[in-house]
Design a protein around this ligand. Structure first.
Ligand code: ADP
Length: 493
């Protein structure tokens, strides 16, 4: 098939190069080596606001660009185009007929004679107004981010704690001034920081950190850090995660608070309690024994009454010492269990019976449609201690309500027996619910609590007893309405 065979009509329907040139989404411009414009497409003429006869052979390219651009044209454009025959993506501001300007990227190729002389230049101009706008916006956003960063750094340098941030890989990428002071160093790195952690605390920290990376959860951990004189000091590390929208961990911001003085003072207090409770145990046991001997003797009735009062005081003292001894056992990991199968219903009934004499002010309502034969396999004495503690707390912290409810429920699959105690008393503020199980912790800001005395050890002990049984004590509470404590034990077959 030859050119002549092609239907002229078909050719007319195809893309017209002239139309493409005139209406392209970019501007085309041809000018002589001295800059005189000899050809321009419709797109560019429209952008400029000139009619063809106002611009062709009347304007030079340098008339269309700002003074700075004209200087650039003379110093760079001309030498470059003569040497290389082309220029790429030069940035100019173009002046319109109405004197307004707009930014363009200009690429050009030289049209050369056979001898290699430049006879004309063909330029393509891209309107980059939108692009410049984005660039401007980006610049503004960057300036804002820089200002925010400076503000954050100023605040964190002001802080007496070590403040740090880490990226999604867990690599530390910022530390405040306090870090450099504490470790007496000029640089920081994740590896260096990790080496400053007491070797036995490293695994603990890494575990909690990896878990945080995987789950995006915030964490708090106590570890020892080596100071600049080589001594290890206790620090409380707190870290919060900023999450990306897609749910992956984005970055961490954390603090290290030096809690060495507090930890040491608690350790000293624990040591004292440990020694004192052990030392008190023997004399109390002898006193009780002498009391028992005296009780068996025929004494005047006044002496018997004093003896009975002495015995009550001794019982309270013995209870106090056994509480302190329990704490020592828990802290040294020596809380052992004496396991057997027993009826929970019997234990609860015994506990309620025992408390009814100590707390005649309250009625304990029992919801226990449970058969006596439903047994649990646990430490009977310890579970009794837990139940007594929970019921007496319920009574102690509800002085204005005269009723406490205890329930025993068997789970539907019959695998668990749940004990629950509910009161209608002071309640516990929501933000304190986690802390009440901590050693020595007492809620101090509720009206009713101020009157009730205690050491803040009961829940700590019984929480550990239940933990030792591979279970957990749960609590739900509403301030001034009451609380509900419960735990479950596996039913024994
Ligand atoms: P203690 O009773 O000796 O203070 P506990 O460890 O038994 O110590 O309890 C810790 C704290 O928890 C109490 O001081 C009290 O503030 C709060 N608490 C415990 N049980 C209750 C309850 N049933 N209602 C309200 N507050 C309670």
């Amino acid at each position: 098939m030859s050119y002549n065979d092609i239907d002229k009509k078909l050719l007319d329907t195809l893309i017209d190069p002239e139309d493409l040139y005139q209406n392209a989404p970019c501007g085309y411009l041809s000018f002589l080596p001295d800059g005189t414009i000899i050809k321009v497409n419709k797109t560019l003429a429209n952008w400029l606001g000139y009619a063809y006869d106002e611009i062709l052979y009347k304007k030079k390219f340098t008339d269309l660009i700002t003074k700075g651009g004209a200087l650039h044209f003379e110093m760079f454009f001309r030498p470059l185009i003569s040497a290389n025959g082309l220029v790429n993506q030069l940035s100019y501001d173009i002046i319109k007929k109405d004197k307004g300007t707009f930014p363009v990227f200009l690429s050009a190729v030289a049209s050369k004679t056979t001898e290699g002389r430049v006879q004309a230049i063909n330029a393509t101009l891209y309107d980059v107004r939108e692009r410049k706008m984005y660039e401007q916006e980006l610049l503004l956003a960057k300036e804002k981010a820089d200002a925010e960063r400076k503000r954050f750094e100023f605040l964190s340098d002001f802080n007496p704690e070590i403040i740090w941030t880490a990226n999604s890989n867990g690599d530390i990428d910022y530390v405040n001034k306090r870090y450099y002071q504490y470790f007496n160093t000029l640089q920081f790195s994740t590896k260096e920081a990790l080496l400053k952690v007491y070797p036995r605390d490293r695994l603990k920290l890494l575990r909690i950190w990896i878990n945080s990376i995987q789950t995006g959860s915030t964490f708090t951990v106590e570890i020892r850090l080596e100071n600049h004189s080589g001594a290890y000091e206790w620090h409380l590390i707190k870290a919060a995660v900023y999450m990306e929208e897609n749910g992956t961990a984005a970055r961490w911001i954390g603090s290290c608070t030096n809690i060495d003085a507090q930890v040491l003072s608690i350790q000293k207090r624990d040591e004292f309690i440990n020694i004192a409770s052990h030392e008190l145990k023997t004399p109390i046991t002898s006193l009780k024994a002498y009391n028992q001997i005296l009780q068996r003797m025929s004494l005047p009735s006044a002496a018997n009454s004093f003896l009975s009062r002495a015995n009550t005081s001794l019982n309270s003292l013995q209870f106090l010492v056994s509480t302190l001894l329990d704490v020592s056992k828990i802290d040294s990991g020596q809380l052992s269990l004496n396991l057997s199968s027993f009826s929970m219903k019997e234990v609860v009934e015994e506990a309620v019976e025992l408390l009814s004499t100590s707390y005649p002010t309250h009625t304990v309502i029992k919801n226990m449609d449970l058969h006596n034969l439903y047994l649990v396999y646990a430490d009977r004495q310890r579970i009794m201690q837990v139940i007594i503690n929970l019921i007496s707390n319920a009574i102690k912290y509800s002085p204005n309500a005269d009723q406490v409810e205890v329930s025993l429920i068997r789970s539907e699959n019959e695998k668990l027996i749940k004990f629950e105690v509910r009161d209608y008393g002071a309640g516990i503020p929501e933000d304190k619910l986690e802390q009440i199980f901590e050693k020595y912790y007492r809620v101090s800001d509720t009206k009713n609590n101020n009157k009730a005395t205690g050491l803040g050890l009961g829940l700590y002990i019984i929480h550990n007893i239940i933990k030792q049984h591979q279970s957990r004590i749960f609590v739900s509470s509403t301030l001034n309405k009451g609380s509900c404590f419960y735990f479950s034990l596996p039913a024994s077959s």
